[in-house]
Write a protein that binds this ligand. Sequence first.
Ligand code: EPZ
Length: 426
Amino acid sequence: MDRIAIHGGARLNGSIPISGAKNSALKLMAASILTDRPLRLTNMPRLADTKFLGRLLQALGVEVTESESGGEQETLFHAREITSTFAPYDLVRQMRASFNVLGPLLARTGHARVSLPGGCTIGARPVDLHLDALSRLGAAIQLEEGYVSAVAPDGLRGAEIEFPFVSVGATEHAMLAAVMARGTTVLRRAAMEPEIGDLARCLTAMGARIEGIDTDVLTIEGVTSLNGADWSVIPDRIEMGSFAVAAAMAGGEVRLTRARAELMTALTEKMVRAGVEVTPTEDGVIVRRDPAVRLRAVDVETEVYPGFATDLQAQFMTLMTLAEGESRIRETIFENRFMHAPELGRLGADIHVHAGEAVVRGVDHLIGAPVMATDLRASVSLVIAGLVAQGETIVDRVYHLDRGFERLEEKLTACGADIRRLKGDE
Ligand code: EPZ
């Protein structure tokens, strides 16, 4: 199993290009099932998660062709014919987003059998809202032996769906099914994350009719077929936020490019209050911090977009470990997303977790130690801590990191970090 070794203390100076968003790419990939025409996705991140889903799509009959031209990564998805509507446990278990092939399979073929994804380290993460939405769209659903079997022999039909609370995955899943349902679908209390807007715009480019994009009410007029499209994946705001925090933590000046500053406004506000300079540019942001000046403690509560992203909570908590004063960090989206706190404690951070809140008291310095990554965002928070911890930090189980960060060591090394990957046997 690979590990990452970091020698803390180097300032970060330079430029980091931001990749396409994992959480957009995965849903755009699922959209390829809806059409027998090719869907060409550019700005495609090459990640373990996109690879997993690519493998599942291939098992369903989708041709997947990766290429690169002029430094631009693209992947062509061509679901000429769906040869299987079965998504086995082994392929869904590895990554929850695989579950989102259910709706498109139903819309395209009228039936599907997809494994339930199960929980994960950050929480139980049920899919009841997804299933509820699909049954309102006319699918007959049965749960048996860990699988969802769904049929809609006469096709899906439009419906009014009001989600009981905001869910990113359920909103996307309902949209992926409703674009080819007969009649009108209205999705109320829809999630407004930028990746949902990206999916809606790509579907529109494919011929779908969607109104209310970027709002919490989506009105979808079903169409009988969709075309292919060329679509550039939106920049990854979580990767951008993670590097922004890394630069703030280490000190120095880092320019994040190929990104969009307005997608991380909630983080920027908090960083500025903590004493970090964040300057939007035409294609991203510049993050600057004088390491001689101590950071200030700031409270954070995770919320749905445009609030503070749960996917940036671990990174911000890391920043607060060195801030002056006491910071309260509340997690409201997932019930178990503080697994990084005890690991940060191993580096000398002072964090007390009670229920959904972590109280972080800033310390003078962190000291390197072996730590264990527990999930994707937790692992990057440990890398960020390692950048400033005295001595060496070894992050174990970096396969979590590979799920969602493209060429992380390379990007940080280019800015002066002392970080390297230790291969399984090193
Ligand atoms: C997406 O997960 C992201 N994943 C997550 O990113 C992100 O943390 C999350 O949205 C919130 O922003 C992808 O896009 C692949 P939800 P998702 O449905 O769709 C509960 C990362 O690190 N819920 O908005 O699963 C659920 O348990 C990942 O990249 C139900 O109860 O999130 C959670 O508490 C981690 N029933 C809350 O809703 C349901 O049917 C919000 O989850 C669905 C969700």
